[in-house]
Design a protein around this ligand. Structure first.
Ligand SMILES: [Zn+2]
Ligand SMILES: [Zn+2]
Ligand SMILES: [Zn+2]
Length: 310
C-alpha cells in the first residue's frame, strides 16, 4: 500500500492546469541538464513534518519536480499547497507501483503566477527517520531494553500515511517487571541460584547397589559399600550415572533444574516461563537513493507511455 495514489500521479493536462506553464515547459524540454541540474517534470507527493518528526498531515500534497541533482531539487506546487513546515518527505512513484521516499528541507520559496516554486535540499529530520538506525530497534546499554530513537507516535503517523511498513524482526524474552533483557541459566528450583552441581552415582552391576560415587572411593581402591567387593573397574564392574543436582546456596537437591531468568536492569530472578515475549518491531521503507534519480523515474514514465525518451 502506498499513500501516493492516482491523484498524485497527475496527467499532463492536469499538470498544466495545476502548475501552469512551468511544468509543461519542463516537459517539453525533456530531461536536459542545466547548471548541473537535470530538468524534468515529475509528479510526486510532499508530506510536511513537525520539528519532532510527526507528519503534519496524513495526506500529502501533489507537486512536480522541475529540476533535480543529487542533493537538491526544485518543486512546483499549487498556490494552496505551501507546506506548513520546512521539513519534508518526498514520495516519488515508480512505474511498477512502488513509492520511493526521501527526506528534504525547504530552503526557499517564491510565489509565482503559476504557483509556488520551492527549492529543497536533501536532509532534515525526515531523512534521519528514513535511515536504518532510526527504523531498527537497538539494545540500549543503560537499561538493556530494545528501543527505537523516536516516540511510537512518530512511527504511527508515518505508518498511517503508508510511508513505513511495520516488520516483526525477532522475538525476545524480557523481564516481566521492567521489560529489560535477561540472561538465562538452569538453576536451583528453590532459590534460583546457578551455583548447582550434579552429583555422580555409581551402580555396582553384581549387587545392583546404587550410591553416590564418593561412597565407593577408599584410599587404595574402589569398593562397593554394599557387598564389599574391591578393585571395581569402571565399565566392567560398575557404571557412573548422573544423580541429583545440589544447590550450594540453599542445600536443595532434586533431579530437575529450572530455566531461570535474571534481569540485567532490575536484577529480579524469575522462572523462564514467567518471562514476557516481546516482539522486536522495525519499520521498512523504500528510499530514493539520490534526488537526481527523480529525473530518471520521470524518463521511465515517458518511455512507458510510448513517447520517445529525451
Ligand atoms: Zn538453592
Ligand atoms: Zn556391590
Ligand atoms: Zn527487570
Amino acid at each position: 500500500m502506498t499513500t501516493v495514489d492516482s491523484k498524485s500521479v497527475v496527467s499532463d493536462a492536469a499538470q498544466r492546469d495545476a502548475f501552469g506553464p512551468v511544468a509543461s515547459q519542463a516537459k517539453a524540454d525533456g530531461a536536459s541538464i542545466e547548471h548541473g541540474r537535470s530538468k524534468c517534470s515529475v509528479p510526486l507527493s510532499v508530506f510536511a513534518l513537525t520539528s519532532d518528526g510527526h507528519l503534519a498531515s496524513r495526506k500529502p500534497v501533489a507537486a512536480v519536480a522541475t529540476s533535480c541533482a543529487e542533493g537538491s531539487a526544485s518543486l512546483s506546487l499549487g498556490w494552496d499547497a505551501m507546506p506548513a513546515y520546512p521539513s519534508l518527505v518526498l514520495g516519488v512513484p515508480t512505474l511498477d507501483g512502488r513509492t520511493l521516499f526521501a527526506g528534504c528541507v525547504l530552503t526557499s520559496h517564491e510565489v509565482r503566477d503559476d504557483g509556488i516554486h520551492c527549492e529543497i535540499n536533501r536532509g532534515g529530520i525526515g531523512e534521519i527517520i528514513l535511515t536504518e538506525e532510526a527504523r531498527i530497534p537497538t539494545l540500549n546499554t543503560e537499561f538493556f531494553q530494545y528501543r527505537l530513537p523516536c516516540d511510537d507516535s512518530v512511527y504511527d503517523s508515518w505508518l498511517r500515511a503508508g510511508i513505513l511498513k511495520r516488520t516483526v524482526l525477532d522475538r525476545v524474552l524480557v523481564c516481566g517487571k521492567c521489560r529489560s533483557v535477561a540472561t538465562f541459566r538452569f538453576a536451583c528450583r528453590q532459590c534460583g541460584s546457578g551455583r548447582v552441581a550434579q552429583k555422580m552415582l555409581a551402580h555396582h552391576f553384581a549387587c545392583a547397589f546404587v550410591a553416590p560415587a564418593s561412597e565407593f572411593e577408599t584410599a587404595e581402591t574402589l569398593k562397593c559399600p554394599n557387598c564389599r567387593t574391591k578393585h571395581l573397574v569402571a565399565g566392567t564392574d560398575f557404571e557412573y550415572m548422573p544423580g541429583d543436582n545440589e544447590c550450594d546456596v540453599c542445600g536443595w537437591s532434586d533431579r530437575e533444574l529450572e530455566q531461570t531468568g535474571h534481569c540485567l536492569n532490575c536484577d529480579s530472578r524469575f522462572a523462564a516461563h514467567k518471562a514476557v515475549e516481546q516482539e522486536l518491531v522495525g519499520y521498512h521503507v523504500e528510499r530514493l537513493a539520490s534526488l537526481a534519480d527523480i529525473a530518471d523515474l520521470g524518463r521511465s514514465r515517458v518511455t512507458a507511455a510510448g513517447h520517445v525518451p529525451a
